[in-house]
Ligand binder design. Sequence first.
Ligand SMILES: Cc1cc2nc3c(=O)[nH]c(=O)nc-3n(C[C@H](O)[C@H](O)[C@H](O)COP(=O)(O)O)c2cc1C
Length: 149
Amino acid sequence: MPIRAVVYASEAATEIAADGLGQVQGKLCSIIDDAARFNRDAGVTGVLLFDGTRFLQYLEGPEDGLSVAYSRVVGASSHTALVELQRGRVGNRRLPFWPMRWLPVESQVLTRMTRADWTSFFQRGDATAPNASGMDLLLATVQQQVAAS
Ligand SMILES: Cc1cc2nc3c(=O)[nH]c(=O)nc-3n(C[C@H](O)[C@H](O)[C@H](O)COP(=O)(O)O)c2cc1C
């Protein structure tokens, strides 16, 4: 079954951003629980990076499930200024582990990822290279965060 993916950046609504990274709880946790429940049924997996004020989310799955999950994302009032960075087919899943999980990231890491090249979700294979792709940076960040947690 062909797998599609979408990645976007957005700004957290005030009630989520107000506590910053120090006290992530309440609203963000209920968003993740709700997202994971929906995504599991829809066959969607991915990750949500949060720097305390901004999100970058990567989602992948079958076209029908992904498009409904993404329309829920687009319709959510808990974030604003959503900018889609890339949407399209991927050969195979890159993040098959979680129906949804959030991970903390530093602001400069999120900024760099937002500005990186996401064309075709390609991987150059070296996240330390100055021209590392968005996918390189995302996967390296996820690996680091998971190893640290
Ligand atoms: C940053 C963010 C990420 C989300 N990710 C998903 C997702 O992966 N799948 C999904 O079905 N819904 C997702 N949602 C929707 C939420 O699970 C929830 O339904 C929605 O935020 C509730 O509406 P509200 O934000 O207007 O209160 C997301 C929402 C936000 C704000």
